[in-house]
Design a protein around this ligand. Structure first.
Ligand code: C5P
Length: 243
């Protein structure tokens, strides 16, 4: 339990108000899959995902991508900028997998896409985060045309940065999800988390170092091994503090 008012509790995180402009994002030791139907305790997961998110946000900031990240000092909590979140999930895909194949089984699993696909999903548990069109975003005012262009460009830039970094460690970025928020000046920043829960990464043998392990029926222990392996491969030193 952190100091400060609890602003939001989701499936995998709690968000607290630190001050007017700053939030604390606490990663829980819980793993969910199948739209929240499969829920398990996963000791160690919170610290791993906090450490992985900090790593990826720092990397993006170092390459000129603006994110909500402020700081991380180990443990399960990230300090982030307070934003107004845009209720759209942006998915970038380099290889066919997951819901893309479910939607269109013509795709061969893990076949490389001619160029990355950027998808938009409306964030709604009730509606199961449906795929939406850019036109839907504009017509409903979820984002302006200019904002949509920015989100598209930034998402593709994030893809370049993450893909090229992971390749250095012999890893392949299959796909990932981003969320964006607006700061007080209306500037869009990459927000939420970038962790084993929100990316798909495979090693040279095709082993998943991400949540796919759990989605496919693997145990919580398998999941922790996958996330720890990803962290170790990236040279992240994870302190297993459980407070
Ligand atoms: O399931 P799907 O193939 O659409 O997932 C694409 C990518 O987006 C995966 O890396 C998955 O981990 C991520 N994702 C997510 N949160 C969701 C849906 C997908 O992080 N609600």
């Amino acid at each position: 339990m952190l100091g400060g008012q609890l602003l939001y509790e989701g499936k995998a995180k709690r968000v607290y108000v630190k001050d007017e402009n700053t939030l604390l994002m606490e990663f829980k030791d819980v793993v969910t899959a199948l739209d929240g139907v499969k829920v398990s305790q996963a000791p160690g997961k919170g610290v791993l995902n906090a450490a992985l998110s900090a790593f990826f946000f720092r990397l993006l900031e170092s390459r000129g991508v603006n994110t909500h990240f402020i700081g991380y000092d180990g443990g399960r909590v990230l300090t982030v900028r307070r934003l107004k979140m845009v209720p759209v999930e942006v998915i970038v895909r380099n290889y066919a997998y997951g819901s893309l194949i479910k939607r269109l089984p013509l795709y061969k699993p893990l076949s490389k896409l001619g160029k990355p696909i950027v998808e938009y999903h409306y964030k709604s548990d009730e509606l199961h985060d449906p795929l939406i069109l850019p036109e839907d975003i504009l017509n409903t005012g979820l984002m302006s045309g200019e904002e949509l262009n920015t989100v598209n460009e930034v998402s593709l830039r994030v893809n370049e940065v993450l893909s090229s970094e992971l390749v250095r460690y012999g890893l392949t970025l299959v796909d990932f999800k981003l969320e964006f928020g607006r700061d007080a000046n209306g500037r869009l920043l990459v927000a939420d988390e970038i962790s084993g829960d929100t990316i798909r990464v495979i090693d040279a043998e095709g082993r998943h170092l991400d949540k796919e392990v759990f989605r496919k029926g693997g145990s919580v222990e398998d999941l922790i091994i996958a996330y720890s392996t990803l962290a170790r491969r990236l040279g992240i030193n994870v302190g297993f503090r459980c407070t």
